[in-house]
Design a protein around this ligand. Structure first.
Ligand code: MIC
Ligand code: SF4
Length: 759
């Protein structure tokens, strides 16, 4: 069964014609990303198609996807737009709130009980406004999107930073904040800074222990967590034809870790195979019928002369690519497996792997799990025992059913693996690894196939060294129990005392891999049907849901007498600003979740977390408490940070919480894209230092004055700093607000602005 069939049918039938028309205007060959962006801009005046890099463009997405943790706040904002229905097809996926403790059935039941209020809210909002609702246990948002909704050439936004996963099926998919999604659902356009397009030329063919994950682990090492900021990564070259559709999705998924706006692969036979295996033959037929294959790739001139068309071209030779192990603490610390022994010694990483984990949206496909099975089967034959604990979270109910049908679940269980629900699980910290709160958080190593390994993310233990690798490598290393094991060369001692070597993993059982017919209801979806009469009730005493109150307008004056809340030292991801794990339960309650504001960020002045000086009282206290004190006393505050501030998630709570607690300005060396937009949307002044070293001029007890008279005319803003000794210093800061975004700031938030315009 094909979802959105009519919409896609129309889209494909017009595609070639529209591309021809666009080409006649811009008069040059186009990359795939440009084609998709222009096509979705098409509704507007076509004559205005000559975009410059960094210029804002307005586009119309085909779909919106939301997961339960971000959907709550997004829907609370959507309700404020007074819309009658969603004007763009939308789906909600219950995947983030599910525990990963005792195994799938117990965890799922308990999660459904504990989150009933939230699920009821999401279900009834879906029903009222015509949204597809995917129930708890149906799977992880990005797997479900790939299986059911993604289509080559389409454009989607999602309230999750790994939305670009759909690029594995040739869709341009972009992670956004909840306010942006709410606006698009209510019929507004999506405003996007025209991205740079980076070309990644893949040559050769992978073999042995190398897999798709290693392409992105390697690329992370090459360009780092900021390497693709405001860029789309477009893969091309012969090598792309040697990577399956789900492998491509893995690569696109983790582009988020490089700051990419999106990542995409050109249409090929692997995508076609994936559509056929997923009961979406009609879609594959539509592509053939309309002869649009070439419109779903860059023009051949681009492939022949990539250096002329891409911002830059990065080459990766798949034939020479080794398996990689990234981490600890950041996804871009990349070590080829041949160097892992040396790196372990050099850095004194704990060698013993306590736990190996397979899953997350980036690597939980049937193909991934089949390769794991292949390794387990041969290890058993070779009389090897697994040395680390082994935990598995399949990506979707569809995948789970096929694993079960092919008796793979039994194989996992035969080595003592624990199978969690089809959900995010340990990837988002829903894993109670330490049953006892007072347990010693000792230094230890885990390895997983996820995409993020920020400190404390999975198990709350800052001393856990989390490494990322492909599912195959995670499995092999779990059999060895050591992080410095190279399955390509090293031998393992088996139960008989013999030394054996693991064979290279294979994707087996090709002919049993066809998923059963798509019955989306059986897969866990209540498909959209509208019932306008449903009233959305939120209990006033609820701890978990709270209707939003509009933020206050800007009075048009300078921001004066602003105090420093915290000067953050080093990495500050959205996990530092608004932690996940235990806090996920407050994602629909702004006041309660604000109690976690920046509690993981390091204070520059004392190197401690959640310990800052209250300048008025002179005492040290937690960040939320101090912020509340300032708010109560009408003192505006400022957060200062370093590079790539707000890296990681799309969660807008990281912008709403400071706004709620009286922060007026966030001033940093540089921002991560989604977070910067989220701050602007929520009416916070997002500024960067003109000279990054001015960061060091900021002292704990300074008072700040922001000169706002040039805000609408210039991109530079003057700031006076009055130091404790009375000395004044001036610095220049920059902003990137366009005229519309200035209105958001004036009105106190983008939603206030929209509401005002609706009146
Ligand atoms: C994540 O991987 O950090 C999340 C949880 O999926 C987030 C969304 C969120 O904060 O809820 C993301 O990647 O955007
Ligand atoms: Fe879920 Fe983890 Fe993927 Fe985020 S990265 S969507 S938490 S599985």
């Amino acid at each position: 069964m094909i979802l959105d069939f009519k919409m896609i049918q129309k889209f494909y039938s017009e595609l070639n014609f529209k591309i021809k028309e666009i080409r006649s205007i811009i008069k040059r060959p186009m990359t795939l990303s440009e084609k998709i962006l222009y096509i979705h801009f098409f509704k507007e005046k076509i004559k205005k198609l000559c975009f410059k890099k960094n210029e804002y463009i307005n586009i119309y997405p085909d779909r919106v996807a939301m997961q339960d943790a971000t959907a709550q706040m997004s829907l609370l904002q959507f309700i404020q737009t007074n819309s009658v229905k969603t004007l763009v097809p939308t789906s909600i996926h219950c995947d983030h709130l599910i525990y990963a403790n005792d195994g799938s059935s117990i965890d799922l039941k308990k999660s459904i009980d504990d989150n009933q209020e939230i699920y009821n809210f999401l279900r009834s909002v879906s029903n009222k406004y015509g949204i597809d609702f995917w129930e708890p246990g149906s799977g992880i948002i990005h797997q479900i999107i790939l299986e059911n909704y993604a289509f080559p050439g389409g454009l989607m936004i999602g309230t999750d930073s790994h939305t670009p996963n759909a690029g594995g099926l040739g869709m341009l998919a972009i992670g956004v904040g909840g306010a942006e999604a709410a606006e698009v659902m209510s019929g507004s356009i999506l405003e996007l800074k025209f991205p740079k397009i980076i070309g990644v030329l893949l040559k050769g063919k992978m073999s042995g222990w190398t897999s798709a994950k290693d392409v992105i682990l390697r690329l992370s090492g090459m360009i780092g967590v900021m390497g693709a900021s405001n860029s789309i990564i477009e893969y091309f070259g012969e090598g792309t034809k040697n990577i399956s559709c789900v492998g491509k999705a893995t690569i696109c998924n983790m582009g988020a870790e490089l700051g990419a706006t999106s990542s995409i692969f050109p249409y090929d036979f692997h995508m076609n195979d994936y559509l056929l295996n997923n009961d979406r033959e009609e879609l594959s037929n539509l592509i053939k019928l309309n002869k649009i294959e070439n419109s779903l790739r860059s023009d051949y001139e681009v492939y022949n002369n990539p250096y002329n068309f891409y911002e830059k071209v990065i080459e990766i030779n798949l034939s020479k690519l080794e398996p990689h192990i990234n981490g600890p603490f950041t996804p871009d610390k990349s070590t080829p497996i041949s160097k892992i022994k040396e790196e372990c010694k050099k850095n004194n990483w704990p060698i013993q792997i306590e736990i190996g984990l397979i899953g997350s949206c980036t690597n939980s496909s049937y193909e991934d799990l089949s390769k794991v099975v292949h390794i387990i089967k041969q290890a058993k034959k070779k009389k090897l025992k697994i040395k680390s604990k082994f935990l598995i979270t399949p990506g979707s109910r569809k995948i789970f059913s096929l694993l079960k049908k092919n008796k793979y679940i039994e194989i996992f269980k035969s080595i003592g693996a624990k199978i969690f629900s089809n959900a995010c699980g340990p990837c988002i910290g829903q894993w109670k690894r330490y049953k006892n709160k007072n347990e010693n958080f000792k230094k230890n190593t885990i390895i997983h196939s996820f995409n993020r390994n920020f400190s404390s993310r999975n198990d709350g233990n800052p001393n856990t060294y989390a490494f990322i690798a492909s599912p195959e490598i995670v499995t092999a290393l779990s059999f060895s129990g050591k992080i410095n094991f190279d399955p390509r060369k090293d031998f393992l001692k088996n139960e008989l005392g013999e030394y054996v070597k693991l064979d290279e993993p294979q994707y087996i059982n090709k002919y049993n891999n066809i998923f059963e017919k798509n019955d989306i209801n059986k897969l866990g979806c209540i498909s959209s049907s509208m019932n306008k009469n449903i009233s959305i009730k939120i209990n006033k005493n609820s701890e978990r849901l709270q209707l939003l109150q509009p933020f206050s307008f800007w009075d048009g004056k300078d921001l004066s007498n602003v105090r420093l809340l915290i000067k953050v030292k080093g990495k500050c991801t959205t996990d530092h600003i608004s932690m996940a794990g235990p806090w996920l339960k407050y994602r629909g309650h702004l006041e309660n979740i604000s109690e976690n504001l920046l509690i993981k960020a390091v204070n520059f002045f004392n190197n401690k977390t959640n310990h800052i000086k209250n300048i008025i009282t002179g005492f040290y206290d937690s960040i939320p408490k101090t912020a509340k004190f300032y708010k109560k006393n009408n003192i505006s505050t400022l957060i200062v940070g370093e590079d790539n501030y707000g890296e990681g998630s799309s969660r807008e709570h990281a912008a709403m919480e400071p706004r709620f607690l009286g922060v007026r300005v966030v001033l940093v060396k540089s921002f991560a894209r989604i977070h910067e937009t989220n701050l602007k949307k929520q009416g916070i002044l997002a500024l960067t230092f003109l000279k990054p070293n001015d960061y060091y001029k900021i002292n704990e007890e300074d008072i700040f004055h922001f000169h706002m008279n040039d805000f609408e005319k210039k991109f530079n803003l003057k700031v006076d700093i009055i130091h404790k000794n009375g000395k004044k210093e001036k610095i220049i800061t920059k902003h990137s607000y366009n005229q519309k975004q200035i209105q958001w700031f004036k009105f106190g938030s983008s939603l206030n602005f929209i509401r005002k315009n609706q009146l």
